[in-house]
Design a binder for this molecule. Sequence first.
Ligand code: R5P
Length: 288
Amino acid sequence: MIVVSCSHGIHLGSRIARRLKAGHTALKASKFPDGELDIRFTGSPRGKDVVLVQSFCGDINELIVETIFAAATARELGAKKITLAAPYFPYFRQDKRFRKGECVSLHVIGPLFDRYFDRIIVIDPHLHRETTLKHVFRKPSLRLTSNPLIADYIKKHFKNPVLIGPDWESYKWARKVAEMINAESSILEKTRYSSHHVKVRLKDKINLKNRTVVIVDDIISTGHTILETIKNIRKLKPKRIVCICVHGIFAENSLAKIRNAGALVVATNTIPSSVAKIDVGRLLTENL
Ligand code: R5P
Protein backbone atom coordinates (compact mmCIF):
# COMPACT_ATOMS: atom_id res chain seq x y z
CA MET A 1 0.00 0.00 0.00
CA ILE A 2 1.11 3.54 -0.66
CA VAL A 3 -0.46 6.64 0.89
CA VAL A 4 -0.39 9.72 -1.29
CA SER A 5 -1.20 13.06 0.29
CA CYS A 6 -2.92 15.43 -2.10
CA SER A 7 -2.43 19.17 -1.51
CA HIS A 8 -4.95 19.39 1.32
CA GLY A 9 -4.35 15.96 2.80
CA ILE A 10 -0.80 16.37 4.03
CA HIS A 11 -1.81 16.96 7.67
CA LEU A 12 -3.27 13.44 7.80
CA GLY A 13 -1.57 11.47 5.03
CA SER A 14 1.93 11.17 6.48
CA ARG A 15 0.60 10.12 9.91
CA ILE A 16 -1.74 7.56 8.37
CA ALA A 17 1.16 6.06 6.42
CA ARG A 18 3.33 5.93 9.53
CA ARG A 19 0.62 4.15 11.50
CA LEU A 20 0.07 1.68 8.66
CA LYS A 21 3.80 1.27 8.12
CA ALA A 22 3.09 2.03 4.45
CA GLY A 23 5.00 4.18 2.02
CA HIS A 24 4.07 7.83 1.80
CA THR A 25 4.52 10.47 -0.86
CA ALA A 26 3.05 13.88 -1.42
CA LEU A 27 1.46 14.50 -4.78
CA LYS A 28 3.36 17.22 -6.63
CA ALA A 29 0.83 19.79 -7.73
CA SER A 30 1.69 23.03 -9.46
CA LYS A 31 0.24 25.18 -12.17
CA PHE A 32 1.19 25.87 -15.73
CA PRO A 33 1.44 29.58 -16.62
CA ASP A 34 -2.13 29.53 -17.99
CA GLY A 35 -3.55 28.22 -14.71
CA GLU A 36 -3.96 24.59 -15.72
CA LEU A 37 -2.97 22.04 -13.09
CA ASP A 38 0.18 19.97 -13.41
CA ILE A 39 0.15 16.98 -11.06
CA ARG A 40 2.80 14.30 -10.69
CA PHE A 41 3.43 11.17 -8.61
CA THR A 42 6.92 10.96 -7.17
CA GLY A 43 6.69 7.25 -6.24
CA SER A 44 5.42 4.55 -8.56
CA PRO A 45 1.86 3.33 -7.91
CA ARG A 46 2.34 0.26 -10.14
CA GLY A 47 0.76 -2.86 -8.65
CA LYS A 48 -0.06 -1.09 -5.39
CA ASP A 49 -3.12 -0.24 -3.34
CA VAL A 50 -3.06 3.54 -3.54
CA VAL A 51 -4.77 5.66 -0.87
CA LEU A 52 -5.24 9.27 -1.86
CA VAL A 53 -5.85 11.56 1.12
CA GLN A 54 -7.59 14.84 0.37
CA SER A 55 -9.63 17.24 2.44
CA PHE A 56 -11.82 19.40 0.26
CA CYS A 57 -11.47 22.78 1.89
CA GLY A 58 -10.39 26.10 0.47
CA ASP A 59 -10.38 26.06 -3.30
CA ILE A 60 -12.70 23.06 -3.44
CA ASN A 61 -13.25 23.02 -7.18
CA GLU A 62 -9.56 23.05 -7.94
CA LEU A 63 -9.01 20.24 -5.43
CA ILE A 64 -11.69 18.17 -7.14
CA VAL A 65 -9.84 18.44 -10.43
CA GLU A 66 -6.54 17.65 -8.68
CA THR A 67 -7.98 14.55 -6.99
CA ILE A 68 -9.64 13.21 -10.13
CA PHE A 69 -6.47 13.80 -12.16
CA ALA A 70 -4.45 12.01 -9.46
CA ALA A 71 -6.76 8.97 -9.46
CA ALA A 72 -6.81 8.77 -13.26
CA THR A 73 -3.00 9.03 -13.36
CA ALA A 74 -2.55 6.39 -10.65
CA ARG A 75 -4.77 4.03 -12.67
CA GLU A 76 -2.85 4.72 -15.86
CA LEU A 77 0.43 4.09 -14.05
CA GLY A 78 -0.78 0.65 -12.98
CA ALA A 79 -2.27 1.08 -9.47
CA LYS A 80 -4.09 -2.07 -8.35
CA LYS A 81 -6.77 -0.36 -6.27
CA ILE A 82 -7.45 3.31 -5.61
CA THR A 83 -9.07 4.48 -2.39
CA LEU A 84 -10.00 8.05 -1.57
CA ALA A 85 -9.83 9.01 2.09
CA ALA A 86 -11.72 12.30 2.12
CA PRO A 87 -12.36 13.29 5.74
CA TYR A 88 -14.40 16.24 4.50
CA PHE A 89 -16.25 15.67 1.24
CA PRO A 90 -17.88 18.68 -0.44
CA TYR A 91 -21.23 19.39 -2.07
CA PHE A 92 -23.30 17.18 0.23
CA ARG A 93 -25.43 20.12 1.28
CA GLN A 94 -26.52 20.81 -2.30
CA ASP A 95 -28.75 17.74 -2.27
CA LYS A 96 -31.87 19.14 -3.89
CA ARG A 97 -32.87 21.76 -6.41
CA PHE A 98 -33.52 24.61 -4.00
CA ARG A 99 -34.12 27.10 -6.82
CA LYS A 100 -35.48 26.55 -10.30
CA GLY A 101 -32.75 25.56 -12.76
CA GLU A 102 -30.16 24.88 -10.06
CA CYS A 103 -27.65 22.03 -10.24
CA VAL A 104 -28.13 19.26 -7.66
CA SER A 105 -24.38 19.04 -7.15
CA LEU A 106 -24.44 15.93 -4.96
CA HIS A 107 -25.95 13.95 -7.84
CA VAL A 108 -23.10 15.02 -10.10
CA ILE A 109 -20.18 14.66 -7.73
CA GLY A 110 -21.03 11.08 -6.68
CA PRO A 111 -20.94 9.54 -10.18
CA LEU A 112 -17.88 11.62 -11.05
CA PHE A 113 -15.84 10.12 -8.19
CA ASP A 114 -17.30 6.64 -8.81
CA ARG A 115 -15.66 6.68 -12.19
CA TYR A 116 -12.15 7.07 -10.83
CA PHE A 117 -12.10 5.44 -7.38
CA ASP A 118 -12.59 1.87 -6.16
CA ARG A 119 -13.49 2.90 -2.62
CA ILE A 120 -14.37 6.17 -0.92
CA ILE A 121 -14.12 6.89 2.80
CA VAL A 122 -15.81 9.95 4.28
CA ILE A 123 -16.13 11.22 7.84
CA ASP A 124 -19.53 12.55 8.96
CA PRO A 125 -20.93 13.39 5.54
CA HIS A 126 -23.81 15.84 5.62
CA LEU A 127 -26.44 13.30 4.64
CA HIS A 128 -29.85 14.83 4.81
CA ARG A 129 -32.25 14.17 1.96
CA GLU A 130 -29.93 11.37 0.83
CA THR A 131 -29.74 9.21 3.89
CA THR A 132 -26.97 6.80 2.93
CA LEU A 133 -23.67 7.02 1.07
CA LYS A 134 -24.90 4.16 -1.10
CA HIS A 135 -27.24 6.63 -2.76
CA VAL A 136 -24.34 8.95 -3.49
CA PHE A 137 -21.62 6.53 -4.62
CA ARG A 138 -22.12 3.24 -6.46
CA LYS A 139 -18.60 2.10 -5.60
CA PRO A 140 -17.96 0.75 -2.08
CA SER A 141 -17.99 3.60 0.37
CA LEU A 142 -17.57 3.95 4.09
CA ARG A 143 -19.16 6.53 6.35
CA LEU A 144 -17.20 7.09 9.53
CA THR A 145 -18.19 9.24 12.45
CA SER A 146 -16.05 11.32 14.76
CA ASN A 147 -18.77 11.27 17.45
CA PRO A 148 -16.82 9.04 19.89
CA LEU A 149 -13.82 11.35 19.54
CA ILE A 150 -15.94 14.43 20.20
CA ALA A 151 -17.54 12.67 23.16
CA ASP A 152 -14.10 11.86 24.62
CA TYR A 153 -12.96 15.44 24.13
CA ILE A 154 -15.99 16.87 25.91
CA LYS A 155 -15.69 14.36 28.74
CA LYS A 156 -12.03 15.22 29.23
CA HIS A 157 -12.42 19.01 29.14
CA PHE A 158 -15.85 20.02 30.46
CA LYS A 159 -17.66 19.12 33.64
CA ASN A 160 -21.39 18.50 33.55
CA PRO A 161 -22.05 20.14 30.16
CA VAL A 162 -25.36 20.61 28.37
CA LEU A 163 -25.17 19.82 24.68
CA ILE A 164 -27.09 21.89 22.16
CA GLY A 165 -27.78 21.08 18.51
CA PRO A 166 -28.64 24.18 16.44
CA ASP A 167 -31.11 22.42 14.14
CA TRP A 168 -32.87 19.08 13.90
CA GLU A 169 -30.27 17.63 11.53
CA SER A 170 -27.64 18.18 14.19
CA TYR A 171 -29.23 15.52 16.42
CA LYS A 172 -26.92 13.08 14.64
CA TRP A 173 -24.04 14.79 16.37
CA ALA A 174 -25.35 16.75 19.38
CA ARG A 175 -27.81 14.17 20.67
CA LYS A 176 -25.70 11.13 19.82
CA VAL A 177 -22.65 12.62 21.55
CA ALA A 178 -24.79 13.59 24.55
CA GLU A 179 -25.99 10.00 24.82
CA MET A 180 -22.41 8.74 24.80
CA ILE A 181 -21.46 10.85 27.80
CA ASN A 182 -24.84 10.84 29.57
CA ALA A 183 -25.23 14.58 29.21
CA GLU A 184 -28.41 16.60 28.93
CA SER A 185 -29.16 17.86 25.44
CA SER A 186 -31.57 19.99 23.50
CA ILE A 187 -32.10 20.44 19.78
CA LEU A 188 -33.10 23.86 18.50
CA GLU A 189 -35.33 24.73 15.60
CA LYS A 190 -33.67 26.51 12.69
CA THR A 191 -35.15 28.30 9.73
CA ARG A 192 -32.75 29.09 6.93
CA TYR A 193 -33.72 31.99 4.70
CA SER A 194 -30.44 32.16 2.75
CA SER A 195 -26.74 31.27 3.13
CA HIS A 196 -26.35 34.30 5.37
CA HIS A 197 -29.67 34.48 7.13
CA VAL A 198 -30.84 31.90 9.65
CA LYS A 199 -33.06 32.06 12.70
CA VAL A 200 -32.98 29.55 15.53
CA ARG A 201 -35.23 29.15 18.52
CA LEU A 202 -35.17 27.02 21.63
CA LYS A 203 -38.02 24.54 21.72
CA ASP A 204 -37.45 22.86 25.08
CA LYS A 205 -37.59 24.51 28.46
CA ILE A 206 -34.05 24.01 29.60
CA ASN A 207 -32.12 25.62 32.41
CA LEU A 208 -28.76 26.80 31.14
CA LYS A 209 -28.01 29.26 33.91
CA ASN A 210 -24.37 28.94 35.04
CA ARG A 211 -23.95 25.79 32.96
CA THR A 212 -21.29 24.95 30.41
CA VAL A 213 -23.12 24.83 27.11
CA VAL A 214 -21.50 22.89 24.30
CA ILE A 215 -23.02 23.52 20.87
CA VAL A 216 -22.29 20.57 18.59
CA ASP A 217 -22.79 20.63 14.82
CA ASP A 218 -21.29 18.89 11.81
CA ILE A 219 -20.22 21.98 9.87
CA ILE A 220 -19.34 25.56 10.66
CA SER A 221 -19.19 27.44 7.39
CA THR A 222 -20.24 31.10 7.47
CA GLY A 223 -20.89 30.68 11.19
CA HIS A 224 -24.36 32.20 11.00
CA THR A 225 -25.98 29.10 12.48
CA ILE A 226 -23.62 29.11 15.45
CA LEU A 227 -23.71 32.89 15.96
CA GLU A 228 -27.50 32.86 16.00
CA THR A 229 -27.47 29.93 18.43
CA ILE A 230 -25.01 31.73 20.71
CA LYS A 231 -27.22 34.84 20.65
CA ASN A 232 -30.23 32.84 21.82
CA ILE A 233 -28.37 30.85 24.42
CA ARG A 234 -26.72 33.92 25.94
CA LYS A 235 -30.14 35.11 27.07
CA LEU A 236 -30.26 32.10 29.40
CA LYS A 237 -27.05 33.16 31.17
CA PRO A 238 -24.76 30.14 30.79
CA LYS A 239 -21.35 30.12 32.48
CA ARG A 240 -19.53 29.48 29.21
CA ILE A 241 -20.29 28.57 25.63
CA VAL A 242 -18.20 26.12 23.64
CA CYS A 243 -18.78 25.30 19.97
CA ILE A 244 -17.57 21.98 18.63
CA CYS A 245 -17.87 20.97 15.01
CA VAL A 246 -16.63 18.10 12.91
CA HIS A 247 -15.76 20.15 9.83
CA GLY A 248 -14.44 23.63 10.56
CA ILE A 249 -14.73 25.29 7.17
CA PHE A 250 -14.74 28.74 8.78
CA ALA A 251 -15.66 30.67 5.64
CA GLU A 252 -15.83 34.47 5.74
CA ASN A 253 -13.70 34.79 8.87
CA SER A 254 -16.35 33.03 10.92
CA LEU A 255 -13.87 31.63 13.42
CA ALA A 256 -12.96 35.14 14.56
CA LYS A 257 -16.64 36.15 14.61
CA ILE A 258 -17.57 33.23 16.86
CA ARG A 259 -14.65 33.91 19.17
CA ASN A 260 -15.65 37.56 19.32
CA ALA A 261 -19.08 36.39 20.40
CA GLY A 262 -17.32 34.95 23.44
CA ALA A 263 -17.32 31.26 22.60
CA LEU A 264 -14.49 28.74 22.63
CA VAL A 265 -14.26 26.91 19.32
CA VAL A 266 -12.97 23.38 18.76
CA ALA A 267 -13.04 21.25 15.62
CA THR A 268 -11.73 17.93 14.39
CA ASN A 269 -8.89 17.95 11.90
CA THR A 270 -10.94 16.71 8.95
CA ILE A 271 -10.05 20.25 7.87
CA PRO A 272 -6.81 21.68 9.24
CA SER A 273 -7.08 24.89 11.31
CA SER A 274 -5.77 26.46 14.50
CA VAL A 275 -8.70 24.97 16.44
CA ALA A 276 -8.53 21.47 14.94
CA LYS A 277 -7.80 19.79 18.27
CA ILE A 278 -9.60 16.47 17.74
CA ASP A 279 -7.57 14.08 15.62
CA VAL A 280 -9.32 11.80 13.12
CA GLY A 281 -6.08 10.22 11.86
CA ARG A 282 -6.45 7.01 13.84
CA LEU A 283 -10.11 6.65 12.82
CA LEU A 284 -9.12 6.80 9.14
CA THR A 285 -6.14 4.50 9.62
CA GLU A 286 -8.21 1.84 11.35
CA ASN A 287 -10.64 1.77 8.44
CA LEU A 288 -8.25 1.60 5.51
C1 R5P B 1 -26.68 22.56 8.19
O1 R5P B 1 -27.63 21.84 8.17
C2 R5P B 1 -25.40 22.19 8.86
O2 R5P B 1 -25.57 21.18 9.77
C3 R5P B 1 -24.76 23.40 9.50
O3 R5P B 1 -25.57 23.85 10.55
C4 R5P B 1 -24.57 24.49 8.49
O4 R5P B 1 -24.00 23.97 7.34
C5 R5P B 1 -23.73 25.59 9.04
O5 R5P B 1 -23.58 26.58 8.05
P1 R5P B 1 -23.25 28.07 8.45
O6 R5P B 1 -22.06 28.03 9.35
O7 R5P B 1 -22.96 28.75 7.14
O8 R5P B 1 -24.46 28.63 9.12
